[in-house]
Design a protein around this ligand. Structure first.
Ligand code: WTA
Length: 634
């Protein structure tokens, strides 16, 4: 069970072994899990189609690994701690046995509501323990979960439900977020009007509200589990059966459903969790992400539970009731490993040090960062004020598509360098490619980040559209998985991620395609055309800057403000509050090449406040457009 590397020397030798004999390496690791039937072959793949199969012929159920196998020795150990939004509300602690029973009971409820192996189930829930129960209950019976972050709008939810043809939605009446309460069931009702595939909706009563329930379709969670047994036979899954779909944005308009499968995902999330965070048997581990994102899937639910760790879930936000909440919660529950995002750190930094200095934070051992490059200033603040210069900071680079952490320190066992993710985990073979797609072998270089050998938790396809998976990730550079990120490698071979090289904007660690936001803006009746770029934002990492052409250019500032508010409203309706453009500039035209392509490079420079660095504009159809854009830049 214990897969932890204990020193940098061990890391180096494991790394070497993993490259020389990858199948042996992964086979050994996979041995420590519980398989109903052992695999016939560790790996079978090609990156051309792509067709990737790990632990071929193996049979398992991931929940037997996350729950059942812990019962003999860890039945009374805490599996899950839940800290509510309101510090005055009681927290929840469930042992592995309790979690096991709740998952099994809800799995039986799902079956009774007509869900079976292979059915897709959308989960649109608050950060409450029942969210983890819902996810695992799906996995127990072989249903495919598609968790949608509960900040997405009804439109965005409906798109995802339709794309995966979900038969069921699991939701709650509403959720708490800081001082606000948000009605989830109302959003689901609105989405359901556009989704013929939905047969049932299960609703958890979180707020004691009375949302509109549709007779015959909608069931309360507490009614659904009433009388259900707490034992549910686990569905035996093939290693390559689908475990879940998670939608993420790319450079084209429509978010794609990244597909992960059972065997490889199980092995890699647990292996990477143990090594990166170095969690001990009696430790309390806390990841502040939402289960609606991959970080929550892999490092709140699956990785920790498969490893038999105690994982904490937090319902609230870092600044409620004040900017000391994270630290108060760390002290309250004796958190040992703490994993959060740079945007949260930067936001808390802006409230000053007093909030963090009033807590002891003695229990902390390892700090983690994820979602975007962490700038040096934030890294130092985290290291000095939170970690008291005692805790290593693991800067973990990975993606929805990679399923698990790829490049990162391993607890205290790796050299650290601010803003550097560092070295790849054993088993991961990253490369930097030049413009021609050739591998750059030297150090002190920069290039496109790609991976040249498969790893167990990599995406297998994009749901319902395999060609899109091939084109997006495997066609740019033949024989490589392309990440969409640019990176540097320093003189010691440590990686530093620079950021996206495609049309993806990373706002507070959340990914949006520029085309996706443009599509949303264009839904507004006044808008003729728009172009969206990212610009550096002090807290969010990147902010959304939109250039908008309207039918009639607003004349007064007041008119501009009204129109801006309307456009923001449209984006909120189409995607959700998280995709709100920060800046909207009204322009008479966009800089286009003679073939009609928008030159984003120019728009980016203007948004970054560097209009003197536009470069060559001679190929533009109408260079005067740029002058106007620069003159009216925000
Ligand atoms: C970025 C989140 C720098 C990167 C797990 C990647 C990072 C995208 C880091 C994936 C990091 C994530 N340093 N950049 N430690 N972690 N990224 O799919 O651009 O939401 O491609 O997965 O976030 O975002 P996603």
């Amino acid at each position: 069970m214990d897969l932890k590397i204990q020193s940098f020397e061990e890391y180096q030798s494991k790394y070497k072994q993993s490259v020389e004999k990858p199948e042996e390496f992964w086979g050994d690791i996979a041995e420590s899990f519980f398989w109903r039937k052992k695999w016939d072959k560790v790996l079978d793949y090609n990156f051309q189609e792509p067709n990737i199969n790990w632990f071929v012929g193996g049979k398992l159920n991931i929940t037997e690994n996350a729950l059942d196998r812990h019962l003999p020795e860890r039945g009374n150990k805490l599996a899950l701690i839940w800290e509510p939004n309101d510090p005055k509300e009681r927290f929840i602690r469930w042992t592995y046995r309790e979690l096991y029973e709740k998952v099994n009971q809800f799995a039986n409820a799902l079956k009774a509501q007509g869900i079976g192996k292979g059915d897709r189930v959308a989960i649109y829930m608050p950060m409450i323990p029942e969210l983890t129960v819902a996810v695992l209950a799906c996995a127990r019976i072989g249903a495919v979960h598609s968790v949608v972050f509960a900040g997405f709008s009804a439109h965005a939810l409906a798109d995802r439900i339709n794309d995966a043809q979900c038969k069921m939605v699991i939701t709650a009446d509403g959720l708490n977020r800081g001082a606000k309460q948000i009605p989830l069931k109302r959003v689901v009702n609105e989405a359901a009007e556009h989704c013929d595939c939905i047969e049932k909706i299960i609703v958890y009563d979180r707020l004691g509200w009375a949302p509109q329930m549709k007779e015959g379709r909608d069931v309360w969670w507490h009614d659904a589990i009433e009388g259900m047994s707490k034992e549910c036979e686990a569905e035996v899954m093939d290693s390559e059966d689908m475990l879940f779909i998670l939608y993420t944005s790319g450079s084209t308009g429509k978010p794609k459903g990244v597909v992960h499968t059972c065997g490889g995902y199980m092995v890699y999330t647990s292996y990477s969790f143990q090594n990166v965070f170095q969690v001990g048997e009696s430790d309390v581990y806390w990841c502040t992400a939402d289960v609606g994102w991959i970080t929550g899937h892999s490092y709140i639910v699956y990785g920790p539970l498969i490893s038999g760790a105690t994982t904490m879930m937090f319902e609230g936000v870092p600044t409620y009731p004040d900017a000391g909440r994270f630290w108060q919660v760390c002290d309250k529950h004796g958190v040992n490993q703490f994993y959060t995002a740079p945007t949260a750190i930067r936001s808390l930094m802006s409230f000053g040090e007093d909030h963090v200095l009033s807590y002891s934070l003695d229990s902390l051992k390892v700090l983690g960062s994820v979602g975007e490059p962490i700038n040096e200033e934030a890294w130092r603040w985290y290291h000095i004020h939170v970690g008291k210069e005692r805790c290593p900071v693991v800067d973990t680079w990975w993606q929805t598509e990679t399923g698990g952490i790829m490049i990162s320190g391993l607890g205290a066992h790796s050299p650290q360098k601010p803003a550097h993710a560092g070295y790849p985990l054993p088993g991961i073979q990253p490369v930097l490619l030049n413009q021609e797609g050739e591998e750059i072998q030297e150090n002190e270089v920069e290039g496109y980040l790609a991976v040249k050998y498969p790893w167990p938790s990599m995406l297998r396809t994009t749901y319902g559209d395999h060609e899109r998976c091939r084109v997006t990730y495997f066609s740019h550079y033949d024989g490589y998985y392309f990440t969409g990120d640019g990176a540097k490698r320093d003189e010691n071979g440590m990686y530093r991620i620079i950021g996206r090289v495609d049309d993806v904007i990373n706002v507070s660690g959340h990914r949006f395609g520029t085309a996706e936001i443009e599509n949303a803006i264009n839904m507004n009746d006044h808008v003729v055309e728009s172009a969206v770029v990212g610009y550096p934002h002090p807290v969010k990492g990147q902010g959304i800057y939109a250039y908008v052409i309207c039918e009639t250019l607003p004349e007064t500032e007041e008119q501009e403000d009204i129109l801006r508010a309307e456009i923001v409203e449209t984006v909120v309706e189409e995607i959700g509050k998280i995709a709100k453009p920060e800046k909207i500039q009204f322009v008479p035209g966009l800089p286009k090449t003679r073939s009609g392509k928008i030159m984003r490079r120019i728009l980016r420079k203007v948004a970054e406040g560097e209009p003197d660095k536009l470069g060559d504009t001679s190929t533009l159809l109408d260079p005067t457009v740029v002058e106007t854009i620069v003159a009216t830049a925000l």
